[in-house]
Design a protein around this ligand. Structure first.
Ligand SMILES: [Zn+2]
Length: 327
């Protein structure tokens, strides 16, 4: 089972409350003080939505909020000058699993005309914020729902290029329904986006031709859909799930992982460059000692890159790491 939300220490969540004391609803928040920080935070978010003025669209542009920056990037590519996009998870140096909603995030969501989020528990805070700030005029895109994914599927669905193309199509439609005057512009930019995905598809099929069946492993399932597209044989899946869910992999799973590295059963180790813990660090070290190529991928789009450039650079890195390798 894939489960993405990790519950973490609450000191930072609590401290956000201090900032909010200027709101007239102080009594409401202090009354709930005993009931746990998570609950308090949700109430706080609701309070902020109720007391903040709804953000107006900037200069007639459609106001889009994306939970993750790769969706925000594609929204900017399709929306062009007709949209204003804010992405919430946008720092590849931070673990998105540990994200905490702040009042400014709640405000941004409440003022958005279009909200895009991953779904299937990758960003469980977003459906909560949407429910807390109901708005019949707002349009939302749940990308996982759109791609037919269910809770329990690998949530890193943007590593599946088909999902991103389906998302881009749905977004172009949503934009056209919100702003029919620019329908032709949205369609044109969608076509350009689809064309720009072609080199990635070509790269995937070229690599697959060479690497199909290659045994690989990973500390987390971030790159899972891309591994599948490349036809690679992914090992240690239950270890990866445990790490993603913030639980300890079992002793047998750890031993199997170590054995795969020591006996060169796998040709590549992929790890999540956005997280770090003693166990995954140990696996990386062991892979390096065993002279198995090690490759970092990220969950969040690096700054200054497009989605397309990001995917291409990771595919190039796989190619480089497995140069001369045959299954
Ligand atoms: Zn993840």
């Amino acid at each position: 089972m894939y489960h993405h939300a990790r519950i973490t220490g609450s000191s930072r969540q609590c401290s956000t409350l201090g900032i909010q004391t200027r709101h007239t609803t102080l009594r409401l928040t202090t009354k709930t003080w005993q009931k746990g920080c998570m609950k308090r935070l949700l109430i706080l978010a609701i309070v902020c939505i109720l007391t903040s003025p709804v953000l107006a669209a900037t200069e007639g542009r459609l106001n889009i909020v994306a939970a993750e920056n790769f969706y925000g990037d594609v929204a900017r590519q399709i929306g062009g000058p007709q949209v204003e996009v804010a992405s919430i998870l946008n720092n590849p140096a931070m673990d998105p699993h540990l994200f905490e909603v702040s009042p400014s995030v709640a405000r941004a969501v409440s003022g958005a005309q279009i909200v895009i989020y991953n779904g299937i528990d990758y960003d469980p805070w977003m459906p909560k914020l949407l429910a807390a700030a109901r708005n019949t005029h707002r349009r939302t895109i749940d990308v996982a729902g759109l791609a037919g994914k269910r809770r329990g599927d690998n949530p890193h669905i943007w590593y599946d290029t088909n999902t991103m193309i389906a998302f881009a199509k749905a977004l172009a439609q949503t934009l056209a329904s919100a702003d029919p005057a620019h329908q032709a512009d949205y369609q044109q930019r969608l076509a350009r986006f689809e064309r720009s995905m072609q080199p990635i598809e070509t790269k995937i099929s070229t690599l697959r031709g060479r690497l199909d069946g290659t045994p690989v492993t990973a500390t987390e399932p971030v790159f899972g859909y891309m591994f599948d597209a490349l036809g690679m044989q992914v090992r240690n899946r239950s270890f990866q799930l445990a790490v993603m869910n913030g639980t300890e992999p079992g002793a047998a799973e750890v031993a199997a992982f170590e054995n795969d590295l020591k006996t060169h059963r796998v040709r590549l180790l992929v790890y999540n460059g956005q997280t770090s813990d003693p166990l995954t660090d140990r696996m990386r070290r062991l892979a390096m000692e065993s002279r198995i190529p090690v490759l970092a991928v990220t969950e969040t789009e690096p700054p200054g890159r497009t989605y397309q450039a990001w995917m291409m650079s990771e595919l190039d890195a796989v190619n480089q790491a497995l140069r001369g390798s045959h299954p």
